[in-house]
Design a binder for this molecule. Structure first.
Ligand SMILES: *Cc1c(COP(=O)(O)O)cnc(C)c1O
Length: 440
């Protein structure tokens, strides 16, 4: 039977609405029936609710699946009562400048940046930043700032340096920003090899260097040591962006905070920082922190104001995107409070403890899986790939890694605050009885 598009829409329950423009009715195709907003007509929603019951077994990706405490939802309701998330608030522009759009939450955004700039050891009177869409968005701003500053200072567009362990967004952004990319080799622990970096820098002496250092690489949880990188960058026109999307969330609450601090004494370690809000903090939608020094931002902004006309919003926005979410900064403000900070500190301690325990048990009970923890700051373990059933049950991420024996399949787990001892016990038991794994 031939089914026309109109009949198909009628069959599939996707309707059509009629609007009136003057005297001629206008059909709006593909509308959902209003009854679709009734939960009984949405079996998919029940499925999502069931899924929520299984979220503590989500081990393969760096997202904190903990349902936030009631205090968060209470704060959300208070914001809602003030109109936030009821109509179109918008944080367009620089949160540190007066805005011509009064319906914004720049005040909360400034507080969020002030709090976290302090946590990462930025100078009290020299920090700037905003709440971005994601870790990737923060990386984009960092790399764009670095490219702009270095190009202006030297007249030559920089090359961008990173390792094969860096997040894939860096490759996309390097391409987007039209920068030649230089892949630096890694050490056995997955961190950037400073000797390789020095070699590449020597080969590219006529170009400034934009280095993206990662604290907590995506698959291995490796660390690029910023101080070692800076020692090699002596005398080179350079800019260092720190991608700490995951580790940057929890390290400030641990004895290992120095890895993500902006300064070591009076020495600046990096120029800008990216941290995801939905990873360690468990913020319920994607968002990111972008923080840099205000003095650096001012230098960037001078160039930025020359390449576009910001007249329409009455100031240089400072950000690449125009409209920005006003709800997220106001809601993320919750994570700056004392009780939230105490919970974050407790979570940071327990994920590292649980990672150490899982690592030790995997090594003793199933050595053939070769479970590896790149360093003791990491909440990530990678090991030889188990059976598809286990990969599916725990949503494990997998990757082929080059080893002495050639290319082998690996999986990793990322121990986030929602992971309990009980789930780890269940996981270990499942691995022990697993007969489909590569290591058996
Ligand atoms: C997750 C991750 C990103 C991307 O962050 P999003 O917030 O998902 O955009 C970038 N870098 C690293 C190291 C990551 O772990």
């Amino acid at each position: 039977m031939h089914i026309t598009r109109r009949r198909f829409l009628a069959f599939s329950g996707i309707g059509m609405a009629t609007a009136f423009t003057g005297c001629r009715p206008l059909e709006i195709r593909g509308v959902s029936p209003d009854s679709a907003l009734d939960v009984i007509n949405q079996p998919g929603l029940t499925g999502k609710a069931l899924l929520a019951g299984n979220k503590h077994r989500f081990l393969g990706y760096p997202v904190n699946m903990t349902t936030l405490p009631e205090e968060f939802f209470s704060w959300r309701r208070q914001l809602h009562a003030a109109g936030i998330n009821q109509f179109a608030f918008n944080n367009v522009g620089n949160p540190f400048k007066e805005s011509s759009l009064p319906f914004n939450t720049h005040d909360f955004e400034r507080e969020v940046i002030r709090h976290f700039a302090g946590l990462y050891g930025f100078p009290v009177h020299d920090y700037w930043g905003f709440l971005s869409n994601s870790g990737t968005d923060s990386n984009m701003h960092g790399m764009y700032m670095g490219r702009t500053l270095l190009t202006t200072r030297t007249g030559v567009r920089p090359k961008v340096y990173f390792t094969g362990e860096a997040h894939y967004s860096i490759q996309i952004l390097g391409d987007l920003l039209g920068m030649e990319m230089v892949q630096v080799a890694t050490l056995a622990d997955g961190g950037m090899d400073k000797v390789s970096l020095a070699d590449h820098l020597a080969d590219n002496r006529d170009h400034p260097a934009l280095v993206v250092a990662t604290v907590g690489t995506t698959f291995k949880g490796a660390i690029d040591h910023v101080d070692a990188i800076q020692s090699v960058l002596q005398g080179v026109d350079s800019y260092v962006h720190l991608d700490a999307a995951l580790f940057g969330g929890y390290l400030p609450y641990t004895p290992f905070v120095s890895q993500v601090l902006h300064q070591n004494g009076n020495r600046r370690r990096y120029d800008s920082l990216a941290v995801s809000c939905h990873k360690f903090f468990g913020f319920p939608s994607p968002a990111g922190l972008f923080i840099t020094r205000d003095s650096l931002y001012q230098e960037f902004n001078e160039q930025f104001s020359r390449i576009h006309k910001p007249e329409y919003i009455h100031h240089v926005p400072g950000t690449i995107t125009c409209s920005r979410d006003a709800v997220k900064p106001a809601e993320f403000y919750f994570f700056t409070t004392g009780s939230a900070s105490a919970r974050q500190a407790a979570d940071a301690g327990s994920i590292l403890q649980l990672t150490a325990r899982l690592h030790q048990e995997m090594q003793s009970r199933m050595p053939m899986l070769q479970a590896t923890r790149a360093n003791h700051l990491s909440n990530t373990l990678y090991f030889r790939k188990p059976s598809p059933a286990i990969i599916k049950k725990y949503s494990l991420a997998t990757m082929n890694l080059a080893t002495a024996a050639g290319t082998e399949g690996y999986a990793h787990v990322v121990i986030m605050p929602h992971v309990t001892d009980r789930v780890i016990d269940e996981f270990l038991t499942d691995l022990e009885v697993d007969r489909g794994g590569a290591g058996v």
